[in-house]
Ligand binder design. Sequence first.
Ligand code: ADP
Length: 512
Amino acid sequence: MERPIRQLKKVLVANRGEIAVRILRALRELEIRGAVVYSEADRTSLPVLMADEAYPIGPAPSRESYLRGEAIVELAVQIGADAIHPGYGFLAENADFARHCEERGVVFIGPSPAAIAAMGSKIESRRLMIEAGVPVVPGGKDPIPDLETATQRAAEIGYPVMLKAAAGGGGKGMRRVHRAEDLASAFRAARSEASASFGDDAVYLEKFLERPRHIEIQILGDHHGSVVSLGERECSLQRRHQKVVEEAPSPVVDSELRRRMGETAVRAAQAVGYSNAGTVEFLLDTDGSFYFLEVNTRLQVEHPVTEMVTGLDLVWAQLHVAQGEPLPEDFFEVEPRGHAIEVRLYAEDPARGFAPSPGVVEVLRWPEGPGVRNDCGIEEGGEVSIHYDPMLGKLIVWGADREQALRRLDRALHELRVDGIRTTRPLFQALLSDPDFRAGAMDIDMLDRKLAAGALVLPQPRVERDLPLVAAALAHCEVSGRLAADPDGGADLRTRWRRRAREAARGGGTWN
Ligand code: ADP
């Protein structure tokens, strides 16, 4: 696994949106040439504009573009790229892709194909962790052949239990069972869902934990046998098991628990000879016990909160490790400083059940000022496409403590301007008024419970100061007959007038 030091000169980014931008930034700082692939839908996207080189890879649907692993590796070879950074999603956790890179002499910026494969199967990783002495959620480690065995195992574990697909991911093939009489139907449903999603109907049983927290540890390994923990992230605020707000450190993890979880995560990583960046996910039970859930073998969406409290650059670190360099000394004793919070800004309308809100972002102004970082993949005038993940970007704040971070988040959300599409901003504003969130009293079901009970009060969309001006402008156009005469029904004229009116309002004094 030892890797000779080899300076990277050109890296191909096999991704899009904010993570492609994030990686290109690190490449420029390290004076490594940055190339990107792009689909037809992303022809004029921010990563394409920022990259040193950009190559079309196919039509908009991911299957025909960003998921074309072989074509992407061939392109890397053709353009003389030394390495591929997969970002997250798409090909990032595809062991065959990582192997293919290796075979073609292109460095895959991530762990080995074997480590990816071992962590890709829930049952296999669970078995490996038990062997390595890492605590896993109490339950079985073998697939369950039939209903009789399921009934017997569930009784041994004690209800409530969780059925999980061995090959699982994305919450597929997962079923909570609260009572013995519900087991038969849940077992059938989990199996058929697992079979349909993964072509493998193997399921196993574990204890269902009531209201645990999701706490994960950022790890980093080099090619010289070292793995370090860079501390935890609190990711309990989830909607339907998808993270929406992440923090570092966790409000409930003290230095002793951090040390124990860190050591356990390192042990988990060493069990599979882990290198590069990864995340070991744990469930933290209400009694303080923690259990291994899975390893994400890539850079995570929420990596910036770790960067904000450690002062480290994880993409720099990934690139150095991929060059074969040993981890620097200052990675071994990392303590969090201050508090960071990230919110994921999605093109979804929380007032309408989080309905997708794709379209052109007519106005986009990210907040600035002390302790604010924006990781964004789109520019004003850019489009949120229906083809990809609807995340516009991430807003990250840092404060000397959690209270200051919360206040900054409030202030930053107030400054943020997005027009043309709906976003999840009102959800975060509602959370900031929620006493449980303010107190840091989260668990993985809290957000869903509050949403179901209508317990979060979404603020009304802000009425813009310039709206009267827009109305006046439109009235003028209509009177003069220009809208009617316009070939596209005046859509373009309307946009231009909105912009003009906004500029006028801006010139007229304060923005809010
Ligand atoms: P997937 O890989 O399909 O996303 P995970 O095993 O990572 O599945 O679990 C997804 C989410 O389901 C976790 O973040 C947690 O919220 C919940 N979960 C998983 N296992 C349990 C369990 N044993 N008890 C309670 N909740 C669980």
